[in-house]
Design a binder for this molecule. Structure first.
Ligand code: COA
Length: 173
């Protein structure tokens, strides 16, 4: 089950962050503070968790860029991680698909100026082939950008342009 994260999920989010990423390895307090900041940034930043048999085993964070009322909204998959024993089972795709659908609905309900689509983006280290292969199933426009931000490790940006159907009220006769 994929659902919006709550403050009660903070211990699990902290554990997953430490198991998957290097940025908060200075100590558990750092990972906890990082995830707490993310949770407190809703709706600018939206965290979803994946539960298996009632246990949180993964999370994904989406960030809305450039304002809430852009005619072409841009939403970035900023971070995704699964506990190691739950990786390589297709669950990353489940987490991406279901949370993307939910945040697309949130954007649709809250942005009155959308014209035709929502642009979803994600940056991945060029060497993280597993993440890239997982993203490619959804971010099917492929690579549309490149940067070198963290040391010498290059990253590629993948994109998915989700068509947005604007409903036009029928004319009264
Ligand atoms: C990245 C991550 C979320 C992907 O989720 P996942 O459930 O493990 O992966 P998926 O099953 O969705 O897809 C992985 C794809 O890569 C492929 N793959 C796995 N290991 C690979 C490798 N070493 N090289 C190339 N491809 C690989 C798989 O075969 C699969 O493709 P397929 O479905 O066509 O067979 C998860 O592995 C994870 O948490 N990794 C650690 C944290 C991380 O790197 N996060 C991304 C950066 S923010």
């Amino acid at each position: 089950m994929v659902r919006l994260a709550e403050i009660e999920d903070l211990p699990a989010l902290t554990e997953i962050n430490l198991a998957c990423f290097s940025g908060n390895q200075g100590g558990p307090d750092s990972a906890k503070q990082w995830m707490e900041c993310r949770l407190n940034s809703f709706p600018l930043y939206q965290v979803f968790v994946l539960e298996v048999s009632g246990t949180v085993v993964g999370y994904i964070g989406w960030e809305i860029h450039g304002g809430f009322q852009r005619p072409l909204p841009v939403v970035e998959l900023e971070q995704i991680g699964l506990m190691p024993s739950f990786q390589d089972k297709g669950l990353g795709s489940v987490l991406q698909n279901e949370s993307m659908a939910t945040i697309a609905r949130w954007v649709g309900d809250n942005n009155k100026r959308i014209e035709a689509q929502i642009n979803f983006t994600v940056w991945a280290y060029s060497g993280n082939l597993r993440a890239i292969n997982s993203y490619m199933k959804i971010f099917a426009d492929g690579v549309v950008g490149m940067r070198t931000q963290y040391g010498g490790r290059s990253e590629v940006m993948l994109r998915h342009q989700l068509p947005y159907i604007v409903s036009v009220p029928r004319e009264e006769h």
